[in-house]
Design a binder for this molecule. Structure first.
Ligand SMILES: *Cc1c(COP(=O)(O)O)cnc(C)c1O
Length: 364
C-alpha cells in the first residue's frame, strides 16, 4: 500500500522503554525495575489530585466539558492572562502539533537547536517542512539569529530548560532575542521544566504574560507531565496572543482532554505544596548526582530540570552502558541518537538514586 510520502523519512518516536517491556524481555519483576527515563515526577502526584479524580469517576459516561472552563480559569488566574490567550492540549505535545499545522507548510523552514526535544522535528516532517539545526549543542542565541537571518524560518523553537541537556537560557536573553525577530516568525518558548528552573535560579524564569504582551508572535508552552506529576493524564497548554490561539483552535479535535485529566490538572495546579516539595527534593538529590559524577570523573551538565545528563569519554560507551543498566532493571535514556556519548537520567527518589549509583559503580 502507498502512504503519504512524508512518512517515509519519519522515524517513530521512541519514548523511554516502558516497564512492561523490560519485564517481558529480561524476566525482571516489575517491583525491581526502576524507570529514570522519561522525567516523570518520582514522588508521583498530589494526594489531593488522586482523591478528586476518584470522586468524579461516575461522570465517565458524559463527554468532558469542552470549554474546559475550570482549568482555563485557573490557568488564566495563574498567569494573569485572558482565557482567549490559552489553549489546552493532550500534553503540550499536541499544542506543538497544532502550531506546526497552523504555521508551517511544505518547503518552509523550522529552526531548532541541534540537540533538543525530538518532537519538534517529527511534527515538522508531518507537514513537509525543512528542519534547520544549530551547530552548537547549547542554545546559542547569536547563532539562532544568524540562522534566522539566513533561512527566514516559519517557526523557531527555544526549549528552556532544554531537554535532553538540562541547561537553560536567562529570561533577559530571550527577550533581547525576541526583539530582533520579525513578527511574522512564530517563536515557541517551551517551558516544560520551567517550574524546576525558576526554583533554582530566578533569572531563568520566563514570565509568559510579559513575553506575550510584548510580542504577538510568541507561544509559551507548559505541561502538567513533569513537576505536577501527571504524565499519565496528558495535559499541557499553550499561551499566546488571542490571534494565534484562535488559529490553533481550528485544529483542535473536540473533547481532546478527558474529564479525569481536566480535574487532575485543575487540582494539581492549586496544590503548590506538593509541587514545591517535589522540586526541593529534586535538587537535594541532584547534588548527589553531581558528587557522584565528580568522584567518578564523569562530565555532568549543570541542570535546571529534574534530570541530569552524564557525558562520557571514550572509555565508556553510552549504548553498552544503558543496555547493561537495562538488563539490571534500570531504565535510563541513551543519547547516542543525538550524536552524544551520554545518558540522560531522571533524578529519582533517594532509594532509586542509591540503586543507580550502586549499579554505575559496578559498571564503570
Ligand atoms: C516532556 C516534554 C514536553 C511535553 O510533554 P507532554 O507530556 O506532551 O506535555 C514538551 N517539551 C519538552 C521539552 C518536554 O521534555
Amino acid at each position: 500500500m502507498k502512504f503519504n510520502k512524508k512518512l517515509a523519512n519519519i522515524s517513530t518516536y521512541e519514548a523511554g522503554k516502558p516497564i512492561e517491556l523490560v519485564v517481558r524481555e529480561f524476566g525482571i519483576e516489575p517491583q525491581d525495575i526502576i524507570k529514570l527515563a522519561s522525567n516523570e515526577n518520582p514522588y508521583g502526584c498530589s494526594v489531593k489530585v488522586q482523591q478528586a479524580v476518584q470522586k468524579i469517576f461516575p461522570q465517565m459516561a458524559m463527554y468532558p466539558d469542552d470549554s474546559m472552563m475550570k482549568l482555563k480559569e485557573l490557568l488564566s488566574r495563574r498567569f494573569s492572562l485572558g482565557e482567549e490567550n490559552i489553549i489546552i492540549g493532550s500534553g503540550s505535545d499536541q499544542v506543538i502539533e497544532f502550531l506546526m499545522h497552523a504555521k508551517a507548510e511544505e518547503n518552509t523552514k523550522i529552526l531548532i537547536n541541534s540537540v533538543t526535544f525530538a518532537m519538534y522535528e517529527i511534527y515538522a516532517k508531518h507537514v513537509g517542512a525543512e528542519v534547520i539545526k544549530t551547530a552548537s549543542q547549547k542554545h546559542d542565541l547569536d547563532e539562532f539569529y544568524t540562522l534566522y537571518k539566513e533561512h527566514n524560518p516559519d517557526i523557531i523553537f527555544l526549549c528552556t530548560p532544554n531537554n535532553p541537556t538540562g541547561d537553560a537560557l536567562d529570561a533577559y536573553e530571550i527577550v533581547e532575542f525576541l526583539a530582533k525577530i520579525d513578527s511574522d516568525t512564530l517563536v515557541v518558548v517551551d517551558g516544560a521544566y520551567m517550574e524546576y528552573a525558576q526554583f533554582k535560579d530566578a533569572a531563568k524564569k520566563v514570565d509568559p504574560k510579559r513575553v506575550i504582551e510584548k510580542f504577538d508572535n510568541v507561544v509559551y508552552l507548559g505541561t502538567f507531565s513533569k513537576a505536577y506529576g501527571l504524565g499519565g493524564m496528558r495535559v499541557g497548554y499553550g499561551l499566546a496572543d488571542a490571534k494565534i490561539i484562535k488559529e490553533l483552535y481550528k485544529l483542535r479535535p473536540p473533547f481532546n482532554i478527558t474529564t479525569l485529566s481536566l480535574e487532575a490538572a485543575s487540582v494539581a495546579l492549586e496544590d503548590a505544596e506538593f509541587v514545591n516539595e517535589s522540586i526541593a527534593l529534586n535538587f537535594e538529590e541532584m547534588k548527589r548526582y553531581e558528587e557522584f559524577a565528580n568522584k567518578q570523573k564523569i562530565d555532568i551538565i549543570e541542570s535546571y530540570t529534574n534530570f541530569v545528563t552524564l557525558c562520557f569519554n571514550d572509555n565508556i560507551n553510552s549504548t553498552q552502558l544503558s543496555d547493561a543498566l537495562l538488563q539490571r532493571g534500570m531504565i535510563v535514556r541513551n543519547l547516542r541518537g543525538y550524536g552524544m556519548n551520554a545518558i540522560r537520567v531522571t533524578v529519582g527518589t533517594k532509594k532509586q538514586n542509591d540503586r543507580f549509583f550502586e549499579l554505575m559503580a559496578e559498571l564503570v
